[in-house]
Design a protein around this ligand. Structure first.
Ligand code: 5GP
Length: 230
């Protein structure tokens, strides 16, 4: 009776540093076959443990700028240390055509650009339970120098100030809770009337005619029962 749109939906997931976005997204993908993640392009260096085409598509600064000129990105931004990050237009369109909902894990600048182009996008912001917890997680990771850590904090506070650009905020206190909340958001969004292509119901006259002819609601036996008991 309800026909969903053929194309999938765009879902943006942003979040402050150490909010655990990656873990939450990984769990969402594991549990939901209808979800997929778009792989971004970046000009930043590949880090130890990262895999080409899985974490990002790593290209040079020059190659990135050529792609900008060609109009290959749905959005792009210089996120940190002057390095580019961008969402590929063609790949995302192809994924949406398969009917799957596509997650973009992008920053606030990119989210704003996508929202302007595609206002129906679902925008979710993931936060760590507190900045003290963020500090603890950064220390535990122990991968960055002081300057880089301060930069992360500054960006985090700036991003939190932009939270009103998003539709939903999810605190990642426990991964299980955060994933359940996002699944609930997506289920609700799918039920929105403006996301449904068509609602078809059986013909009104036919249904009334059938009802009258078939007397499906004939309550005579019940009346007889009542009389017998009197
Ligand atoms: P990193 O991978 O260097 O730890 O963090 C990259 C940052 O860039 C994250 O905040 C991430 O959300 C953001 N990012 C990743 N891919 C894209 C993209 O395609 N576009 C934009 N605008 N931001 C991105």
């Amino acid at each position: 009776m309800i026909k969903q749109k053929r194309n999938g939906e765009l879902i943006i997931i942003s979040g402050t540093t150490c909010a655990g976005k990656g873990t939450v997204i990984g769990e969402l993908l594991k549990r939901n076959d209808n979800l997929t993640l778009a792989i971004s392009y970046t000009s930043r260096q590949m880090r130890a443990g990262e895999v080409e085409g899985v974490d990002y598509k790593f290209i040079s600064h020059e190659e990135f700028e050529k792609k900008i000129e060609n109009g290959d990105f749905l959005e792009y931004a210089k996120v940190r240390y002057g390095e580019y990050f961008g969402t590929p237009k063609e790949e995302v369109n192809e994924l949406l055509k398969t009917g799957k909902d596509v997650i973009l894990e992008i920053d606030v600048q990119g989210a704003q650009q996508i929202k302007e182009k595609f206002p129906e996008t679902i925008l979710i912001f993931i936060m760590a339970p507190s900045m003290t917890e963020v500090k603890r997680r950064i220390k535990a990771r122990g991968k960055e120098n002081n300057e880089q850590i301060i930069d992360r904090f500054k960006t985090a506070y700036k991003e939190i100030n932009e939270i009103n650009k998003y539709n939903y905020v999810v605190v990642n206190d426990e991964v299980e809770n955060a994933v359940t909340k996002i699944e609930a958001i997506l289920i609700s969004e799918k039920c929105r009337v403006d996301r449904i292509e068509e609602i078809s119901v059986e013909n009104e006259e036919e249904i009334i005619h059938e009802f009258l002819v078939e007397k499906e609601f004939d309550n005579t036996p019940f009346t007889l029962e009542m009389e017998k008991n009197d």
